[in-house]
Write a protein that binds this ligand. Sequence first.
Ligand SMILES: [Zn+2]
Length: 248
Amino acid sequence: MAKLDILVFAAHPDDAELGCGGMIISMLEQGYKVGIIDLTEGEMGSRGTVESRYKEADLASQIMGLTYRSNLKISDSIIENNRTNQVKIIEEIRKTTPDLCFIGAPNDRHPDHRKATRLCADAIFYSGLSKIETKDSDDKPQNPWRPHHVFHYMQDRPIEYHFIYDISDVWNTKKKAMAAFSTQFNVIENDHEPKTYISDPSFFEQLEARARYLGHLGGCTYGEAFAYHNLPAGIKSFDSFLQHKQKR
Ligand SMILES: [Zn+2]
């Protein structure tokens, strides 16, 4: 397994695309290697099946040009922060050795989101502890690894963000990646499955409206909001700030 630059964690297949699909596509287009770890198979979702959600996740990955994707098969709606689930996450972090990790919102409408965020944040920390021993698929011991920076992406409810990522150039691709989850979103025809909070086409329009509003706040057309999990400390240069010409 080649090293990843960025690893994104999501409670359900489609959470990563919704919350930070634009950033993922943008970083991939800049040549960085980006992976997604879906914690659950989304089997408790009111619409679609496990099989259809895998197909949709595959299609979204193809649209984005994703480097790597894996599903940890943790029980949907029972995302427990225990050592078994932490180890599943630690194994992926040590396998892919990402520099940056993205996790969901600290709090959100869906309980799975906040539970997944807490689980991932704890596992990311524990991944750096050498006394938590894990093995790779060849049964070889893995080395400890802790990503250098961890960020939260915004989910359903607004978060107190620290920066807006400009996704204007990749908005159309993000829209296609989200639309790949065709059992979940933008369901126009009358099928026999229950209508949900997210299946109505108006949810998609609201996503676009929010991306436009975040773009307005970020001085760009479309944006995504992010917050640091731990604010950066001990920096020795303002390189990234000097490179970024803020639109005021
Ligand atoms: Zn979700």
